[in-house]
Design a protein around this ligand. Structure first.
Ligand SMILES: NC(=O)c1ccc[n+]([C@@H]2O[C@H](COP(=O)([O-])OP(=O)(O)OC[C@H]3O[C@@H](n4cnc5c(N)ncnc54)[C@H](OP(=O)(O)O)[C@@H]3O)[C@@H](O)[C@H]2O)c1
Length: 271
């Protein structure tokens, strides 16, 4: 559980990108029954209604799980953000979010207006916490140090193959919780030799090793997507894995220059 800024965000969540309809509803229901208490969606995923169906059907009380959604980058004027939030709440069949995030910055983002709107949404209780995704370090610094924005969580790509140490360090120095997306490098880690050796040593899987490396870090959560119950169960088991110093050293020594999410509208990652 991450508890910065009054958050109660479970470190391990379920990502839902690319799942829709019944597949998505069933995946969220099975995750909740396994014990996941953190669900990540976004307006852009086109699955908030399916996540909402699971929320309506589950026996897990709404207060017992953390729910994140996001506003897309073409909806960042204050009025558009409000309209997007209202649509999300309706689709999700809930009257509040635990976390509302700006999904991507734009080159011309009006930081004061968009981040001011997030603060208003939080003040109104429609989202208990607010934050951003995909802000490079320079932009995050401007948001925090020039605009004075309260950012509770920053969600960005982070896994064993990508160095994000500067961003993580800055977030932690400002009490910003981190959520690592694509923590399994979009499923590419299954045959990874070094992770495979560590996994074999512990009788674990490469996915569990990759997840636990993230979850062991202070203030870092991770949201692997898994549609299959077996994968959801296995990933949940990462919480029990105990990595040792040799494992961490081997993972630290991996080349960390592989970024898998960089669409045409992505910011300059070095800005
Ligand atoms: N804020 C942003 O801009 C942003 C961007 C990208 C993603 N995200 C969030 O991050 C979440 C995770 O990212 P992602 O879904 O792209 O990638 P990911 O979680 O790194 O990888 C998902 C892939 O790994 C497979 N997988 C999961 N558990 C496995 C296991 N135990 N063994 C073998 N394969 C396994 C899944 O297969 P199956 O589904 O077939 O089980 C799926 O193909 C997204 O769903 C979304 O919620 C946010």
């Amino acid at each position: 559980m991450i508890t910065d800024n009054g958050l109660r965000m479970p470190k391990l969540g379920l990502g839902t990108f690319r799942m829709k309809g019944e597949e998505c509803r069933d995946a969220v229901l099975s995750a909740l029954s396994i014990g996941y208490r953190h669900i990540d969606t976004a307006f852009m995923y086109g699955n908030e209604d399916a996540v909402g169906d699971a929320i309506a059907q589950t026996s897990v009380p709404r207060a017992d799980f953390h729910l994140t959604t996001k506003v897309w980058w073409d909806q960042l004027s204050p009025d558009a953000m409000q309209a997007s939030l209202d649509r999300s709440l309706t689709a999700l069949k809930t009257d509040y979010l635990d976390l509302f995030l700006i999904h991507w910055p734009t080159p011309d983002i009006d930081l004061a207006a968009s981040l001011g709107k997030l603060a208003q949404i939080k003040q109104a209780g429609l989202a208990r916490h607010v934050g951003v995704c995909n802000f490079p370090l320079g932009l995050l610094r401007r948001a925090v140090e020039e605009v004075g924005a309260q950012i509770d969580v920053h969600q960005f790509e982070y896994h064993v193959l990508l160095d994000q140490s500067k961003l993580v360090k800055y977030c932690r120095s400002k009490g910003i919780a981190v959520t690592a997306y694509v923590p399994l490098a979009q499923g590419r880690l299954a045959d990874h030799a070094v992770l495979g050796e560590i996994a074999a040593k512990h009788g674990a899987t490469t996915a569990q090793v990759a997840l636990k490396w993230l979850l062991d870090q202070d203030g870092v959560s991770a949201i692997p997507k898994a549609s299959r119950v077996e994968s959801q169960t296995s990933n949940f088991g990462a919480l029990k894995l105990v990595l040792d110093d040799a494992d961490r050293a081997a993972i630290a020594a991996l080349p960390k220059d592989q970024r898998f999410v960089s669409p045409p509208f992505a910011p300059d990652w070095n800005a």
